[in-house]
Ligand binder design. Structure first.
Ligand SMILES: Cc1ncc(C[n+]2csc(CCOP(=O)(O)OP(=O)(O)O)c2C)c(N)n1
Ligand SMILES: [Mg+2]
Length: 407
């Protein structure tokens, strides 16, 4: 069978290579009973491996050694900005590690770790303003902290407290959905509304490689493209959708091609290079705000840790794959860059880790003071009007709590 791989060629964002595409189409002419002819155009699968497209921009600024490999794409962040980006990535990782420890100690609910994806997280939200909207998926707490979510609120959220769920009043984020891809049409809808109201801002939504196979995600991208909605789609290709590898997720290995199919300007960024992510995201946000419509960014990264705390990846993936990605660590790479830029040495970096660790501990203390179980809430939040059976159960349960002196 012909290989299905479509190789991506480094490009400049021009139109797809029409010549190569034409060569893939075969025209068959069939004569009907009445003598008229119909022609059918089909894809010549035997040539599918030969598609070359320059419709996708490849974006990398820092290589694995922290060296600038493409100066023209460098977002030229100030000293203060790069240090803030570094701190945000470290804070994300410390928060992640602490939440995992808390979960293992029974103090935290199930959550989806973010280790290895910090550059994707922070790079994508860096260009957003407070007025722009952000619709995160469930593995996005680094980005949420950057956007202004207090860490204790995120701890409440993952520990199952209702008050942790709504975004803070002054943060233009949407609540996320555990139903894969379900938040993507909402983001497109908000973007379409913004266009209608001539609101000059944009909406960013992130989702995974697995989510990109959901029909609703395809519909959302198509709607956004058709109606020119100011929406930035971030497709986080982290190699896995629970135990399904990307090789079993799609007939292409370049997920950015999905955007090309809808007519979205599409980029493929090194998701472990925070500067590349900032550039890709900035280009897409500026395009959206300027009336240029939606874009797609495939962020190529890797889920270093568990899918969620309920999962053990050792049963379905080879640890050597994880080891290979350790060398591409987004934080270590950025630290090499900071050192070469003369902004940090081992001591300054160690101090950032200590300060972030302290911040996380302080948030944990605030969380512990707030996390008071409210058993009477178990009947709230599901039905606007409860069924008679539930009413009865509630009465019975409340009577028992009253007898036992529980609030
Ligand atoms: C509609 C729906 N189907 C299945 C699931 C179970 N599920 C939870 S996470 C997940 C994989 C998602 O993978 P991906 O989109 O790549 O995101 P990642 O977890 O890798 O960040 C699945 C199938 C779900 N939550 N919702
Ligand atoms: Mg994934």
């Amino acid at each position: 069978m012909a290989p299905k791989t479509i190789e991506n060629k480094k490009g400049t964002g021009g139109s797809a290579n029409a010549g190569a595409a034409d060569a893939l189409i075969e025209t068959t002419v069939r004569t009907k009973a009445d003598g008229s002819t119909v022609s059918t155009r089909t894809m010549n699968q035997s040539k599918a491996g030969q598609i070359e497209t320059d419709a996708i921009d490849d974006i990398q600024v820092l290589n694995e050694h922290g060296e600038i490999v493409n100066d023209s794409l460098d977002p030229k962040l100030t000293d203060e900005e790069v240090m803030r980006v570094h701190r945000a990535m470290v804070l994300t990782r410390r928060f992640d590690a602490r939440m995992l420890a808390m979960q293992r100690q029974g103090q935290m609910g199930t959550f989806a770790p973010n280790v290895g994806q910090e550059a994707t997280m922070i790079g994508q939200v860096f260009p957003l303003t407070k007025e722009d909207w952000y619709a995160p998926a469930y593995r996005s707490f680094g980005a949420q902290i950057w956007r202004g979510w207090p860490m204790e609120r995120l701890l409440l959220l993952w520990a199952g407290y209702g008050e942790g769920f709504p975004p803070p009043d002054d943060v233009n984020d949407l609540p996320f959905s555990i139903v894969i891809g379900a938040h993507v049409p909402t983001a497109t809808g908000v973007a379409m509304g913004m266009k209608f109201k001539k609101d000059p801002h944009c909406v960013m939504v992130n989702f995974g490689d697995g989510a990109s196979s959901q029909g609703i995600v395809a519909e959302s991208m198509n709607f956004a493209a058709t109606f020119h909605a100011p929406c930035v789609f971030i497709l986080e290709n982290n190699g896995w959708a629970i135990s399904t590898p990307v090789t079993k997720q799609a007939g292409v290995d370049v997920f950015a091609l999905r955007g090309v199919g809808y007519g979205l300007p599409s980029m493929r960024a090194d998701g472990n290079d925070v500067l590349g992510m900032v550039t890709a995201s900035r280009v897409a946000c500026e395009r959206a705000r300027a009336g240029g419509g939606p874009s797609l960014i495939e962020a190529v990264t890797y889920r270093m840790s568990l899918h969620t705390t309920a999962d053990n990846p050792k049963v379905y993936r080879d640890e050597s794959e994880v080891k290979a990605w350790e060398a591409k660590c987004p934080i270590l790479r950025f630290e090499r860059y900071l050192k070469a830029r003369g902004l940090a040495d081992d001591d300054t970096i160690a101090r950032v880790y200590e300060e972030c660790e302290r911040e996380v501990f302080e948030a944990r203390e605030r969380f512990r003071k707030m996390a008071k179980a409210k058993p009477r809430e178990v009947f709230d939040f599901v039905y606007e009007e409860m069924t008679p059976e539930l009413e009865m159960q509630r009465e019975e349960f409340f009577a028992r709590l009253d007898r036992e002196g529980i609030e």
